[in-house]
Ligand binder design. Structure first.
Ligand code: CA
Length: 689
């Protein structure tokens, strides 16, 4: 056994099962003896350290011999993770392929590779060309090919550590079915007429976000979607359930949410694109970051189709005043060893510990090293692409706590230059990744990313009860022990965690864990489930901060008590629109709350100061009293009061002055002296002085 690694610009480590060896290094031109710095044992292995007497050229191959004639190629290892490597090889310019009718240029970053070929194939696969790529500065390989290569597929063949490997382009924008080849496309052909952001785009605090999965939305066999499980289903108007209820996008419009947050729509790899009926996955398994997932297009093997269909869908939503948010997963990849970036620059894309083991804070086998300069650039370039081409209004970052704060702040800064109103938020969980805790984009560090939002787990666990103890009842399940936390719940955790209400994404359920309905079925009796859902959803929609709703939570969506449905069949995951009939009372209630939130700015205060100045939250041991005082300057009433009765008893509340009971309808009811609040009831009142 003989392995030789380049661990720094001036450090070669040899690992061998012999002892007291001598080594020569040879680069096909000269032979030099290596002079030893140290030799030590690690378990059964002997480790030798050498400082080479000449600069190692990363574009060349070196071989190391011992006195027994055994030979090994010098492999770049820790060197790619040194600061100097990042500084010397950082490349600012464009990567990927750049098409014109006359010629196409390909650029790929691979500083440790000694050779690179480009393979081009025509659409009918009758012609193949191979071109040698030229090494430029910063370790970029490039070639410009004369002719029109629109619709041709291409691959890079890279030589690293003495081995040839074929890979797709990490910067590819189009792909063959199942991610097997990259495609050259003409970006002009995917340009739509409507490619502007809506002028009256909402500030984030005014958003009401609804989380949707493309397949779940329309795959149920009982409903008349023509494009079941496809992007295009979001454009199908006039659909009804058997008993005549509006479903699909017509329903979403009536519900009144402002933004759809899509579970992954970039290319993921866990399920085939050939057989649409085979298996299911949410899609948190990235394969090609800048390619649209093929499963959701009507022709997955057409490189253009999926791009155009997603663009059309988002443009349709925009035209109907519904924004879109993309769920992005820059924390891990699905196939660590065969991911394109890894084949091109082995060991650069992930985090490693001091013993060269992969760090696995994500639990997915790898953590992406966002702090490395070319990884950071890759992430930012990718987001810029999705934003400029597809006009996403914002991005939801999966396991954002894995990403470093500098990267997140640079993302924000870059995207704001394109759209000053971009929404950036994510899961700020603190996980053991290879970053100092102070560098992680976590809820605890929210003050370091004041313009970035977080899924508010405090809100979630107080309102619904612990996510990890499913029998615990939250505030919305009548748990009076949590009354002490009401202030935090309704004020966007500004006293405990966040610097502004828009940092707080208020939610009680999402694609992860039980649906709200299932969680309540586990922890509560049957008769309690509906009133408790109402309490939980009213707290979500009316609290300060940004409300987030898991699709169907407002009509008792069930996953049959499954807690983690990421790869379970459609029958568990799909939306069953027939529930709109049986759960009409519940979703009407949520629709009306959404309407009230949108009508009255007092529920959407912009700053921490506004909350400190105007919001008072307290309780009387049975009911929560949530007040907004002296807010007439916002254009509505001067005083608002929301009462949540979280007990099973009717309570009376003495009132000062004449209040109006707010409803979504026209009819105004007035109330003075005494307010009667029914068990588990929510009353929304307002008055002027
Ligand atoms: Ca795929």
């Amino acid at each position: 056994m003989l392995n030789v690694y380049l661990d720094d610009f001036d450090l070669i480590r040899v690992e061998s099962n012999r002892e007291n060896e001598k080594f020569l290094i040879w680069n096909k031109e000269t032979v030099v003896e290596l002079s030893k710095l140290r030799e030590y044992k690690m378990d059964m292995t002997t480790v030798y350290e050498f400082k080479p007497h000449f600069p190692i050229d990363l574009s060349k191959e070196y071989f190391v011999y011992n006195q027994f004639g055994e030979k090994a190629i010098l492999k770049s290892r820790n060197i790619v993770r040194t600061k100097r490597f990042d500084e010397e090889f950082y490349y600012e310019g464009p990567l990927g392929c750049e098409y014109t009718q006359k010629e196409t240029t390909f650029r790929v970053w691979a500083p440790t590779s000694s050779d690179m070929l480009l393979k081009l194939m025509n659409p009918t696969r009758t012609t193949k060309h191979t071109f040698r790529m030229e090494r430029m500065s910063c370790g970029v390989y490039s070639v410009t090919v004369q002719g029109d290569f629109d619709g041709w597929s291409y691959m890079y063949i890279v030589k690293n550590q003495g081995e040839w490997k074929e890979t797709v382009d990490p910067y590819a924008l189009a792909s063959k079915v199942n991610s097997t080849e990259s495609y050259v496309i003409d970006k002009k052909k995917v340009r739509l007429v409507d490619e502007v952001f809506p002028i009256d785009e909402l500030p984030m605090i005014d958003a009401i976000i609804y989380e949707t999965h493309v397949r779940d939305f329309s795959i149920h066999k009982d409903f008349p979607f023509r494009h079941k499980g496809k992007f295009l289903a979001y454009m199908e108007e006039g659909l009804q359930s058997k008993d005549g209820k509006k479903i699909g996008i017509d329903y979403i419009k009536e519900l009144g949410v402002t933004h759809l947050q899509f579970l992954p729509v970039f290319d993921f790899s866990s399920v085939t694109e050939f057989d649409f009926d085979e298996s299911y996955n949410w899609g948190y398994d990235p394969e090609q970051y800048n390619v649209v997932e093929g499963r959701y297009s009507t022709y997955p093997d057409d490189p253009y189709c999926r791009i155009i269909e997603l663009k059309q869908t988002l443009a349709y939503l925009r035209a109907n005043n519904i924004g879109s948010i993309m769920d992005v997963v820059y924390n891990h990849v699905f196939k660590r060893d065969t991911f394109s970036f890894e084949k091109l620059v082995p060991g650069y894309f992930y985090r490693f510990d001091d013993e060269n083991n992969y760090i696995d804070g994500t639990g997915c086998g790898n953590d992406i090293a966002s702090e490395r300069k070319m990884v950071r650039k890759f992430i930012i370039d990718s987001l810029v692409y999705w934003m400029t081409e597809f006009k996403f209004n914002g991005f939801r970052f999966d396991l954002m706590g894995i990403l470093d704060i500098q990267t997140m702040n640079e993302i924000l800064e870059t995207l704001r230059k394109i759209n000053p109103n971009v929404y950036i938020y994510g899961e700020g969980w603190n996980m053991p990744t290879g970053l100092l805790e102070s560098d992680r984009t976590t809820q605890e560090n929210a003050y370091l990313t004041p313009e970035i939002g977080f899924f508010n787990s405090f809100f979630r666990d107080i309102v619904k009860g612990s996510t990890f103890n499913v029998y615990e009842r939250g505030l919305a399940m009548g748990n009076l022990h949590f009354l002490g936390a009401v202030h935090d719940v309704f004020t966007a955790s500004i006293h405990t965690c966040y610097g502004s209400p828009k940092q707080s994404i208020n939610y009680v359920s999402c694609h992860d864990n039980h649906t709200l309905y299932d969680r309540m079925r586990i922890a509560c009796s049957e008769g309690e489930v509906r009133p408790f859902q109402k309490l939980a959803l009213a707290m979500t929609v009316l609290s300060q901060g940004v409300p987030f709703l898991h699709a169907g939570c407002e009509f008792s969506r069930t996953k049959q008590l499954h807690e983690n449905s990421y790869n379970l069949p459609d029958e568990i995951n799909y939306l069953d629109w027939s529930l709109l009939s049986s759960e009409e009372e519940l979703w009407f209630f949520v629709r009306d709350l959404i309407h009230i939130r949108k009508m009255h700015k007092a529920f959407r205060l912009d700053t921490k100061e506004d909350i400190l100045n105007h919001v008072v939250v307290n309780h009387d041991g049975h009911m929560i009293h949530y007040h907004m005082n002296h807010v007439q300057y916002l254009g509505g009433y001067d005083f608002y009061m929301v009462i949540f009765n979280i007990t099973n008893y009717e309570h009376e509340l003495p009132l000062e002055g004449m209040w109006e009971i707010l409803t979504a309808g026209e009819e105004i009811q007035r109330c003075e002296d005494i307010l009667k609040v029914q068990p588990y009831e929510v009353k929304i009142l307002a008055k002027n002085r």
